[in-house]
Design a protein around this ligand. Structure first.
Ligand code: DP6
Length: 331
């Protein structure tokens, strides 16, 4: 009754920002993302009558104890309860989880965290779930986690019910050689979690306009990915990130996730682009900047990033596999 899973974080090109149903985490709109090959969570779960209560160890990155707001123990235990209910068991569990990247800075540790917990937990509880069922279950832990279950480029079908809201792979990782080069600009944790921030989306006067256009944007971005139209894809990805931040900035109360160094990087990306290095930024709820570049230009981009004093760490990702079981347990 012990299992371990490894799960990628993912970067959304068309974002999930706002829920139409809070408890089930049904999103206001669909979204499109790519699993990230080098931002990974590993989680071991064991259900046993030896445990008198649930034990949760959130390990960390270089001593970091994890983001208690986003990926806290309470949310993990609530997720174990969902798994226990599905499996018809009431054994307590031990969970050990660790990330290979900083948490709470906008790198979507709740996506990889809940995807890994879902697969390891389901397997440890004796459940044999399909990819769709795993994605539906992961979504209830953290919305973006449903996109970390399938491989490669993924669309989250928004759906109006729990059974119709899940992630599907639209292209395998090897479909397109693009990279997401993450520039870590600060290890400071965000003050407001994505879950809290999203409750404010409807207060922005621009939210209605966003929803009117979003279906068309999803159709377009899928076409750009399909035909590998990098310029159109990059322009739409960057504009989408700015649109989401415009919603955040104009919510009541306002949400400001970007830091001065995030803006610095965004401006540098535009400058490098004007100099001929084609790259585009995107950014989530946090300060770290994701820079999208074709593989052929990745080393040129990294070279420029290394010369920027404010960049604390560079993490290069390609499109990666989704969540899978591994043999090596954490305890
Ligand atoms: C900005 O998935 O963290 O990264 O469902 O409340 O756990 P909850 O939210 P979460 O939100 C992620 C928002 C985002 C955009 C995205 O990844 O699509």
């Amino acid at each position: 009754m012990k299992a371990t899973a490894i799960a990628p974080s993912n970067i959304a090109f068309i974002k999930y920002w706002g829920k139409k149903e809070e408890v089930l985490r049904l999103p206001e709109n669909g979204s499109v993302s790519m699993c990230l090959s080098n931002l990974l969570t590993t989680t071991t779960v064991e259900f046993s009558s030896d445990y008198k209560g649930d034990l949760v160890e959130i390990g960390g990155y270089k001593g970091d104890m994890g983001n208690k707001g986003d990926m806290g123990r309470i949310r993990i235990i609530e997720h174990l309860d969902r798994i226990r209910k599905m499996a018809g068991i009431n054994l307590k569990a031990k969970v050990v989880t660790k990330n290979n990247f900083p948490t709470g800075t906008g790198l979507s540790s709740s996506a990889s965290g809940f995807a890994a917990l879902t697969l390891a937990g389901a397997k440890a509880a004796g459940l044999n779930l399909s990819e769709k069922e795993l994605s539906i279950l992961a979504r209830q832990g953290s919305g973006s986690a449903c996109r970390s279950i399938p491989d490669g480029f993924v669309e989250w079908l928004d759906g109006n019910t729990s059974e119709t809201s899940y992630g599907v792979s639209i292209f395998p990782p090897e479909h397109w050689e693009i990279c997401d080069v993450v520039a870590v600009v600060s290890r400071e944790k965000k003050e407001i979690s994505s879950t809290e921030g999203q409750k404010l989306t409807g207060t922005s006067p621009f939210f209605k306009t966003r929803i009117l256009n979003i279906k068309n944007k999803i159709l377009k971005i899928k076409e750009y990915i399909k035909y590998k139209k990098f310029t159109e894809f990059g322009e739409m990805t960057e504009a989408e990130a700015l649109e989401m931040h415009a919603i955040m900035l104009t919510s009541q109360p306002s949400l400001i996730y970007l830091m001065p160094n995030s803006i610095l990087l965004m401006k540098l990306v535009k400058k490098w682009r004007s100099e001929g290095l084609e790259c585009y930024f995107t950014v989530n709820t946090g300060q770290d900047i994701h820079i999208i570049v074709e593989k052929k230009n990745e080393s040129a981009l990294c070279e420029r990033l290394r010369s920027v004093e404010e960049v604390k760490e560079i993490i290069v990702n390609e499109a990666g596999k989704g969540t899978r079981i591994i043999d090596k347990h954490l305890f």
